[in-house]
Design a protein around this ligand. Structure first.
Ligand code: GDP
Ligand code: IMO
Ligand code: MG
Length: 424
């Protein structure tokens, strides 16, 4: 592995980034989140224990590793404190190991109310957000009425900026008699949390530049996935941040040469939570079997995930738009019991075969996948740690992915735990 590696989701999220980051964190000095917020749910299984992290980088479970949350993250302070407490209760020491950017925008209670209210307004056309207030917090950031971490330590500025909110958000504040709009209460709660957060504040961009000079190894942890990127994804059925490599540059204040290698995490099939096009979706018993065998229920919301076959058209798009150097293929073991495995190799749009993702959403909603069918291997791969021990049919499946995408495999995951991994 190169020095500074970025790990991004290559599909619609939940590819298993938490497991991959936890694994690669062993060799890194620093692990960094750069976008998204507590909409993420990154699962790590280690020593028989399960951790689900929403805001704190997945490197935190490795003693001694430094973790940063950059300015591109929308940070829910209550969620951060709860997560710190939960780690403490599990015996994970975080003091002196986690730092947050003063320029990160806060997710506040009214953002969650707005998220809920927006979803209600969208009626049958909802995005199916995580209701964590992510979209409204990013909207405030772009509107330049957001409240940043730094504001917590300037009470007068904080009070003034909070006081602006009811007028800016009159549509939400006037029709809802909800304590999530109680500005005084929010102010007081933020004042209570501020002393706890103050020691965590650091100039992340500066620190990363210093780490580079010191020759330290930095691991960048993406959240969500390329197809949920607000620019490159299946807009408007996306999240509100740049989940792609570019998000790391602006979300941390680093230049492109800081990143030596891009790792795209790929589930051996596809899942999606929430609404929006999903060309290879299976709404039949095969899809249900993928959900059952893969335990496909959201790590943040518990919602059942939509399931389908691997979509190489969408994956090729993710590789191209992000310059993915290596793939981390996860959950190969979930396919062990399927006698036939299909892979989407092209789309058919109005009777014409196409090999790229159409950028018009209504075209993408209409495409039909063209499949190549593989015979399943029908033997357990769970827990395998050597490529040579994989069944030949599983190797054929993997070789085909490499051939079509033109990207090498860096690791294959055969179970949720750290040890169930084939390093290539
Ligand atoms: P993330 O958001 O990308 O970090 O992924 P999630 O944590 O939301 O979802 C991935 C799920 O798959 C988690 O429950 C992981 O424990 C689990 N998982 C990860 N890798 C593997 C694997 O190779 N095999 C199996 N069976 N489960 C895995
Ligand atoms: P991780 O990091 C899967 C989806 C939501 C919804 C859309 C917008 O665990 O892979 P938002 O709350 O962000 O405004 O919701 O994005 N979504 C995710 N899906 N994994 C995630 O994160 C997701 N974060 C957001 O389901 O469709
Ligand atoms: Mg997840």
């Amino acid at each position: 592995m190169s020095k500074n590696v970025i790990v991004i989701g290559s599909q619609w999220g939940d590819e298993g980034k938490g497991k991959v980051v936890d694994l690669l964190a062993e060799r890194a000095d620093v692990v960094v989140r750069f976008q998204g917020g507590a909409n993420a749910g990154h699962t790590i299984m280690t020593g028989g224990r399960k951790f689900v992290l929403h805001l704190i980088p997945s490197g935190i479970l490795h003693p001694g590793k430094i973790c940063y949350i950059g300015n591109g993250v929308v940070l829910d302070p209550k969620c951060l404190i709860d997560e710190l407490d939960a780690l403490y209760n599990e015996g994970i020491e975080t003091v002196g190991r986690l730092f947050i950017s003063p320029a990160a925008n806060l997710v506040l209670p009214y953002h969650k109310l707005m998220d809920q209210s927006d979803e209600k307004r969208r009626e049958g056309d909802g995005i199916g957000t995580t209701l964590r207030g992510i979209g409204p917090a990013y909207r405030d950031k772009v509107e330049r009425c957001g409240i940043r971490v730094a504001d917590l330590f300037s009470p007068e500025r904080l009070r003034a900026r909070l006081a602006l909110q009811p007028a800016i958000k009159a549509q939400y504040f006037s029709c809802e008699n909800d304590e999530r709009c109680d500005i005084n209460k929010i102010f007081n709660n933020l004042m209570d949390m501020a002393p706890r957060l103050k020691p965590l504040v650091a100039d992340i961009s500066l620190r990363l530049a210093e780490h580079k000079k010191e020759g330290k190894s930095i691991l960048f942890e993406g959240a969500q996935g390329v197809m949920l990127d607000v620019d490159l994804g299946t807009y408007p059925f996306t999240t509100s941040s740049n989940t792609s490599v570019g998000g790391a540059l602006t979300g941390l204040g680093i230049g492109p040469k800081m990143i030596d290698e891009v790792v795209g995490v790929v589930k051996a099939y596809t899942t999606r939570v929430g609404a929006g096009p999903f060309p290879t979706e299976l709404s039949d018993t095969v899809g249900m079997a993928l959900r059952e065998n893969g335990g496909e229920f959201g790590a943040t919301t518990g919602r059942p995930r939509r399931t389908g076959w691997l979509d190489l058209v969408a994956l090729r798009y993710a590789c191209r738009t992000n310059g993915i150097d290596k793939l981390a293929i996860n959950k190969l073991d979930v396919l062990d019991k399927f006698d036939k495995i299909k892979v989407g190799v092209a789309y058919e749009l109005d009777g014409v075969q196409i090999s790229d993702v159409p950028l018009d959403i209504s075209d993408l909603c209409r495409v039909k996948p063209v499949y190549k069918e593989f015979e399943g291997w029908m033997v357990p791969t769970t827990g395998l740690t050597s490529y040579d021990r994989l069944p030949e049919k599983a190797k054929e499946y993997l070789k085909f992915i490499v051939e079509i995408l033109g990207v090498k495999i860096g690791l294959i995951s055969t179970g949720p735990g750290r040890e169930a991994t084939i390093m290539m």
